[in-house]
Design a protein around this ligand. Structure first.
Ligand code: GDP
Length: 137
């Protein structure tokens, strides 16, 4: 079993889709290891997305991610990061497969409902960024 990090983004929470997404996560065989609702501070969002600093969409991304509450997730499953990316679907919902979270709930590449770590290594870094060790024990 491995762990990955996910976020139910502010658009999905505001639209009242958080519960449906949590249900989909469980229906797809993930165990919820940690869940926390929060509103990201600007410096948290900027640090988290530092890899995108300087790109044309960076400021809009930070503004969006701090626009309202989101739900931070630690998910457990065999091959967790890849399985969660598969369930989320493509970054741009226009390219996302049927049945994926982004196909079902995202309205655009910017407001795309969910985040998921893109490797096991980044999952460990992102989990440590947002959760205390005791929350994952
Ligand atoms: P992800 O791993 O599928 O979330 O995609 P990336 O790591 O490439 O990008 C992080 C986030 O930045 C995405 O989920 C989008 O919310 C946003 N993003 C990425 N590319 C674009 C873009 O071209 N335009 C806009 N508006 N947002 C983007």
């Amino acid at each position: 079993m491995s762990l990955t990090f996910g976020i139910i983004k502010p658009d999905a929470v505001a639209a009242g889709n958080a519960g449906k997404i949590l249900a989909l996560i469980e229906a797809n065989g993930f165990k919820l290891r940690a869940v926390r609702m929060t509103k990201l501070a600007k410096d948290e969002a900027e640090g988290f997305y530092a890899v995108h600093q300087g790109k044309p969409f960076f400021e809009g991304l930070v503004e969006f991610m701090t626009s309202g509450p989101c739900i931070l997730l630690c998910l457990e499953k065999e091959n967790a990061f890849a399985e969660w990316r598969k369930l989320m679907g493509a970054t741009n919902p226009a390219n996302a497969d049927e049945g994926t979270i982004r196909k079902l709930f995202a309205e655009s590449i910017g407001k795309n409902a969910a985040h998921g770590s893109d490797s096991e290594e980044n999952a460990a870094i992102e989990l440590a960024w947002f959760f205390r060790a005791y929350e994952l024990a």
